[in-house]
Design a protein around this ligand. Structure first.
Ligand code: ALL
Length: 322
């Protein structure tokens, strides 16, 4: 009890899911001990990561005898140093594995290496760590997550069907240091180039609703003929919609998002967002945890694994597929 209390104080915004069931079934851990897996996410203010956390917690309850889960997240999308700190806390707690969705693809590499050097299995989910930075540190970390360029292209191509050559569009990007932000930018660009649309501006709003609202608020008066805004995540699509409503242009400008959060599903049904991309947030961490368990149980070589992305539109929502 005392140890558990201490653990919770140490992790700050962390949560622990443990179970008192039988010890790990089929665990190859020393003494058949049940592995402790830490999930280190990004902003828990973002519904995407709440969904991810709930998916992981549900999986832990279903497999309570196979592992214990400690889930952590940061408050602010840009707080990279806080995420490094969370990693350090998990290293001092000597967890068996860390499943990490890195806020920045380079800045988290040294602490991942530090974890590996301490004998902790590290699995990278959601946003890929930078291969160059990993190579420089001599670290190999398997990645479990989607092809973000492909996902963005799904949404961009769907939007393209409504555009004519020369139509003006804007891109709202995620945090520049995140590999998935860059990949989504490229995917949107692929679609817009193929459609011969004109990208009049592309600006980072760091995954954040408030920032996206200000960025789009400033872009709108400069581009009176704008036809669409492609946002690299749904939080920023919410900001774009707020700015468009504020400017009275919601009917003239289409919005595209990425994540499939509930608030955006609602806006798609209302016709204020055209489409989004489901990257199955509830399954991403679960896949990473499974992968960590496989490595701990010496079942799998550390290869990357691609997870699915699906286009979400008014039609797919009406068909009740999600
Ligand atoms: C990315 C995720 C989401 C999310 C964003 C915000 O890594 O894939 O699309 O909205 O982080 O932190």
């Amino acid at each position: 009890m005392c140890a558990l209390l201490l653990a919770i104080i140490l992790t700050g915004c962390g949560k622990q899911n443990t179970a008192t069931g039988p010890s790990a079934s089929g665990s190859n851990m020393p003494g058949g001990k049940k592995p402790q897996i830490a999930l280190v996410m990004k902003s828990l203010a973002n519904e995407f990561f709440k969904t991810m956390e709930q998916g992981a917690e549900a999986d832990q309850r279903q497999h309570a005898s196979a592992y214990d889960l400690i889930s952590n997240g940061i408050e602010n999308e840009q707080d990279v140093s806080k995420q490094v700190e969370l990693m350090e806390q998990m290293i001092s707690r000597r967890v068996d594995a860390i499943v990490l969705a890195p806020a920045d693809s380079k800045a988290l590499v040294p602490v991942c290496k530090q974890a590996q050097d301490a004998g902790i299995v590290v699995v990278n989910i959601d946003n890929k760590l930078d291969p160059g930075a990993l190579a420089e540190k001599g670290a190999r970390v398997p990645f479990v997550g989607p092809d973000n360029r492909k996902g963005a292209r799904l949404a961009g191509d769907y939007l393209a069907k409504t555009l004519k050559p020369g139509d003006e569009v804007a891109l709202v990007d995620g945090l520049p240091g995140a590999y998935n932000a860059v990949q989504r930018h490229l995917g949107f660009q692929d679609s817009m180039t193929a459609a011969k649309a004109s990208i009049v501006t592309s600006q980072a709003a760091d995954w954040d609703t408030g920032k996206a609202s200000s960025v789009v608020g400033a872009v709108l008066p400069q581009h009176p003929r704008l036809k669409a805004i492609l946002c690299a995540n749904d939080s920023m699509a919410l900001g774009a919609v707020a700015a468009l409503n504020g400017a009275g242009r919601i009917k003239q400008v289409q919005v595209v998002g990425f994540d499939n959060i509930a608030a955006v599903q609602q806006l798609i049904k209302q016709g204020e967002v055209l489409c989004t991309v489901d990257q199955h947030g509830d399954q991403i961490a679960v896949n990473g945890i499974q992968y960590a368990l496989d490595i701990l149980n010496k079942k799998a070589p550390p290869q990357d694994k691609e997870t699915p992305v699906d286009l979400i539109t008014a039609q797919t929502l009406a068909a009740g597929k999600h």
